[in-house]
Design a protein around this ligand. Sequence first.
Ligand code: SF4
Ligand code: SF4
Length: 290
Amino acid sequence: MITPSEITLENHPCFNREACSTHGRVHLPVAPRCNIQCNYCNRDFDCVNESRPGVTSTILSPGQAVAYLEKIMELREDIAVVGIAGPGDPFANPEETMDTFRRVRERFPSMILCLSTNGLGLTEEYVQELAALKVSHVTITMNATDPEIAGKIYAWARHDKMIRRGTKAGELMIEKQMQAIRWIKEYGMIAKVNSILVPGINEDHLPEIAKTVSAMGADIMNCIPLLPTKDTVFENLIEPDAKMRFATRLKCGEYMNQMTHCARCRADAIGKLSEPMSEDLNELIKGCSR
Ligand code: SF4
Ligand code: SF4
């Protein structure tokens, strides 16, 4: 049984800026499918030079992921965190996600474990097991608390074998995301809320999200500027400039702590936050998927 004191939570570089220069993280790309379509997401790239969420060089099974992690831990002393963040959504692939966490926890008892999800597929049963496995940091990406605004960001959401679109998709996502945040806090985990700042769509709305999730006990917010990506609905929108990012974080900061050093990482990111994917590590992860 792992006790929280054996896991040094301060070493998570995303949650503690001071740990950025000393500690790194590994994302295990075990979750290929997604249960929604965000209008900013394109997961069709697998290029070593592309660095953004949704990109990975390969997909690993849970067993391959642990074998890969073992090799990484032999090579690197800075890895303090193992996370699952796609390239789809962890809970559109719950078996793979939970199996991976169980195996990693058994093999690396003092590793910080974290995950990032859109919240739709997270159930109380999963949250309960995540807490038992000492998954300490959970990120919910929530882009609106108003269903109409959310409906402009999510093209569709699939739940219980039904597809919802527009405002209906927005309503469902908000309900599930709020519930997910409540459970995460109820089960004693650290809750981060990621909100993608989309100019002209939710740019004035992020403080409202901050106000709502802060009142629910969420710990920190990460306002992430949209990265306009080819072949997405939002490909022609502008990327928020420094002024817009600063103003948004300032307003959201009236309600809760802000993360300001997010690197918009790949689903197979490895190392310190600013570290690009190297050819060697790319070969290593690809080798583990064969
Ligand atoms: Fe892409 Fe993540 Fe949105 Fe799914 S939840 S569509 S993987 S950004
Ligand atoms: Fe951390 Fe942001 Fe990278 Fe996630 S995307 S691992 S929060 S820096």
